[in-house]
Design a protein around this ligand. Structure first.
Ligand SMILES: *Cc1c(COP(=O)(O)O)cnc(C)c1O
Length: 388
């Protein structure tokens, strides 16, 4: 408590997004929700609890630390899967807790085998294949060796999934690259079949691919940003709206609802005469008399510094402009012309107030950032509360 702002998570909005995603995915494709970057700023613990309550049973993280938070929050038998980094001690922990993780190189599978043997417990693994992203993934030249190990060590290496990651399914610009990745993925899955190895859950798609390459959904999707109610890019939203198969009624209605709202309050109000600078330095000069409200949120909480002199905040149901630079813990906004603004009034940084709304998209387009980056940088210190 005693916080200068808080983030509300809407159960209704999440329920709405999940039913939309389930309708898109059908019965054959499992939904795994990505919880990296503190659940895209929503808070791993409250978000996982909310999602479990709405029937989600598969969560993926980047790190073991995030998986630990997910494990502590979990109350059902939900699957937890680590996609990213694991040092030896973390891998031993994951194996002991039955947490699945990706193996993406010959050396990582050798290390996994050794640690599983030391723990005398099987490792639950997902084989990540290199198909053209050129980040992590077993390259073709090592595949036969990796498959030989998996076949030989079935007791200690339980292959639960086979996957890859698409290098930019959010934009048509990458079409050739992405479609050749999909072809390569199926070719490599055939190598598994020839080696007599069942791939387990095949998963390649994140939020964008669900809409831009429906054939990439396969057995499971790893949905991050879309679950939280944000489109990966405006292009993905347009492609969904215009696609006659995905959106048969050609409705222009946005099927997603933002789960998060970020709220603070007015800390102080003051009048500034014409010809004065506001805040540090000289980036904002008043041309006439102004009323300024100070909001106790700044870049340390994750309000982008690039919104200096351009961001918007909702006060009294009106959009108010940030004036001057975004400080470490404060911003100043212009409330001239709104009568009665006083300390303690609600200020909405992301979300709705009366009939106006500020989305992270408009917020981050102004900041020239992606939704992803703004969400990922919301401070962990901000309390998260669940609302209906
Ligand atoms: C981040 C990530 C995802 C989720 O991406 P979204 O665009 O947020 O859906 C899926 N898979 C991997 C490997 C990721 O790193």
């Amino acid at each position: 408590m005693f916080s200068t702002s808080h983030i509300e998570l809407s159960r209704d909005a999440l329920k709405h997004n999940l039913s939309f995603l389930k309708r898109m995915l059908g019965k054959e494709t499992r939904l795994a929700i990505v919880l990296k970057a503190n659940a895209y700023g929503h808070g791993i613990e409250p978000f996982l609890k909310l999602a479990e309550g709405l029937g989600v049973r598969h969560f993926t993280t980047f790190s073991a630390r995030e998986a630990q938070a997910a494990l502590n929050a979990r109350s059902k038998d939900s699957v937890i899967q680590i996609m990213g980094d694991l040092q030896d001690d973390a891998m031993a922990w994951a194996i002991q807790k039955g947490i699945a993780f990706h193996v993406f190189s010959l050396s990582r599978i050798e290390r996994t085998l050794k640690i599983a043997r030391d723990c005398a417990r099987p490792a639950h693994i997902h084989l990540e294949l290199e198909t053209g992203m050129n980040r992590v993934g077993v390259p073709f030249k090592d595949l036969a060796d990796v498959l030989a190990i998996i076949r030989r060590e079935r007791e200690l290496l339980r292959l639960e999934g086979t996957c890859t990651h698409l290098a930019g399914a959010e934009s048509i610009v990458n079409h050739v690259r992405v479609t050749s990745q999909l072809e390569e993925f199926h070719r490599l899955c055939n190598c598994l079949a020839e080696a007599g190895i069942a791939p387990g859950l095949r998963h390649v798609s994140s939020s964008s691919g669900i809409f831009t390459y429906p054939e990439s959904r396969l057995d499971m999707v790893r949905a991050g940003i879309i679950s939280y109610g944000f489109w990966p890019t405006p292009e993905v939203r347009m492609r969904y709206l215009m696609d006659k198969t995905l959106n048969p009624k050609q409705s222009s209605y946005d099927p997603l609802r933002r789960v998060m709202s970020w709220k603070s309050h007015v800390m102080a109000v003051k009048s500034v005469e014409a010809g004065e600078f506001i805040g540090y330095g000289s980036s904002f000069l008043t041309t006439h008399k102004r009323r300024i409200a100070i909001i106790p949120v700044g870049y340390s909480e994750g309000f982008p510094r690039s919104l200096s002199n351009s961001g918007r905040v909702l006060i009294a149901g009106r959009r108010c402009q940030v004036v001057g630079t975004v400080n470490m813990n404060m911003i100043s906004v212009d409330v001239s012309g709104i009568t009665g603004v006083k300390a303690g009034d609600e200020a909405v940084l992301i979300g709705k107030q009366k009939r106006k709304s500020i989305s992270v998209a408009s917020f981050s387009e102004m900041a020239n950032d992606l939704n992803y980056e703004v969400l990922a940088r919301l401070s962990e210190e901000i309390p998260r509360v669940v609302v209906e």
